[in-house]
Design a protein around this ligand. Structure first.
Ligand code: ZN
Length: 135
């Protein structure tokens, strides 16, 4: 259900953009999927395919391309940037963090100063990176 709501808002945002930019047709929507989210890509793409059939014609023949963005953290104490791979402990914990990003603070520590106090600066959620269209 989450995937459908998300697909719906991606399509709505793309249509809004096309109106703003006065596009006759949207040819490609580039979407970024963060490493830390619990969206099923297959269900999401299926939802997109179904929803564009009844959406505004401007988007009905658009392609949707998904790229992945790795999670990135920044330590609040020593300002070191680090990724999930640098601190990943066991397979189970990594899996857990993927489904519940809030768990990151329980399982991860800064690789340099060992502080658990850090911000997630990339790799969360789903966003539209760019939209291509014909004027
Ligand atoms: Zn640190």
């Amino acid at each position: 259900m989450h995937e459908w709501a998300l697909a719906d808002s991606v399509i709505a945002s793309a249509i809004d953009y096309s109106k703003k930019e006065k596009l006759k047709k949207i040819s490609q929507v580039n979407i970024v999927f963060g490493e830390l989210q619990n969206i099923d890509k297959e269900i999401f793409m299926f939802a997109i395919d179904e929803l564009i059939k009844t959406a505004n014609k401007v988007i009905s023949s658009s392609k949707f391309k998904i790229s992945d963005e790795p999670a990135k953290f920044k330590c609040k104490v020593c300002e070191t940037d680090f990724t999930l791979n640098q601190v990943k402990k066991s397979e189970d914990e990594a899996e857990y963090i993927h489904f519940i990003p809030e768990m990151a603070h329980t399982y991860l520590k800064c690789p340099k100063c060992k502080s658990p106090d850090f911000d997630l600066i990339a790799g969360r959620g789903v966003s539209i990176k760019s939209i291509k269209g014909v004027k």
